[in-house]
Design a protein around this ligand. Sequence first.
Ligand SMILES: Cc1cc2nc3c(=O)[nH]c(=O)nc-3n(C[C@H](O)[C@H](O)[C@H](O)COP(=O)(O)OP(=O)(O)OC[C@H]3O[C@@H](n4cnc5c(N)ncnc54)[C@H](O)[C@@H]3O)c2cc1C
Ligand code: FES
Length: 326
Amino acid sequence: MAEASNELEGPDLEKGYKIGELVDRTMLLGYAFGEPVLVAKRGAELFAIGATCTHYGGPLVKGLIVDHTVRCPWHHACFDLRTGEAIAAPALNDTSCWKIQKRGERFYVTGKTDNKQARKSRSSPASVVIVGAGAAGGAAAEMLRREGYAGPVTLISADEFLPYDRPNLSKDYLAGTAPEEWIPLWPPDFYREQKIDTLTRTEVKAIDPKRKEVTLSDRRSLYYGALLLATGAEPVRLAIPGNDLPHVCYLRTLADSRRIIDKAKNAKRAVVIGASFIGLEVAASLRERKVEVAVVGKDPQPLEKILGRELGNLIRETHEAHDVRF
Ligand SMILES: Cc1cc2nc3c(=O)[nH]c(=O)nc-3n(C[C@H](O)[C@H](O)[C@H](O)COP(=O)(O)OP(=O)(O)OC[C@H]3O[C@@H](n4cnc5c(N)ncnc54)[C@H](O)[C@@H]3O)c2cc1C
Ligand code: FES
């Protein structure tokens, strides 16, 4: 994933800026109180929020204004310009919100503010059980609390870890350029603070909709007022001889990625089966670790089905320039 810049750019917005120089539905990057601030103009309204996407630091000024929101140019997270609230994945944390004062022909950023409206506390349904603690399950639990739901929320995961940044497992984390601290989507305290009960290494084995109960792998039953299934997907397992040999790895979980990293320490060569996004990311990450890589795919060019032959060819050449073989 790309690196965010920490340098402050643009005008000092504490000193003010000419309103007339802002173009409608465009954004200005500046700074105030030592932090990057994004100012957006929409008709007569001016908004100021933190300029850096809380997902991976994307520059919001290069994003798109859509109604009262800005979309990050990197992975399209969406923030409310009125409040800084993160309202669509993959960003899970709000950005800051700043006060703007108009004086004469200029506007000034005068400090941080909290424009978020307090949500009405709600206790219906009686409880919410979420099956699957991936990004979707975790975000659903967080949003229930954000929207004021006060009843019991239980997040159940077959995985040993609470929600983590799965996309990073084939990218910087696998390449060795992102530390493991970056991987959890929320810190462990978050679940306690938000009163979200968590069950890891626990599979839901059965659902009884009449009794409103799920049966867990440890044979306990759990009542639910509402049930959310956020069970995600699994990689396609190869039904070929040798698929269960000890040096064959799949990549879906943090444990899988750790296992590949461990094997890459002593491996000279790797074969990646699958020439789409994840396979190619793994190839690039393993090259970072100086492992020789060959990629095996069904189509003549990688990603050809999705991007067409020409772009597929360009991607292939880019990887070949880094000594990946196809
Ligand atoms: C290596 C890798 C790289 C990726 N890169 C990108 C990317 O760059 N961009 C992008 O947009 N997407 C990417 N993806 C896809 C992205 O990670 C998924 O779309 C996303 O994880 C889906 O989130 P989810 O919460 O719906 O499901 P998941 O993340 O799959 O989570 C589902 C969870 O449910 C649990 N579960 C399943 N069944 C049960 C059960 N019966 N009981 C209890 N728990 C259960 C699973 O153990 C899992 O923890 C990548 C995926 C991988 C594996
Ligand atoms: S950095 Fe903004 S969405 Fe990922």
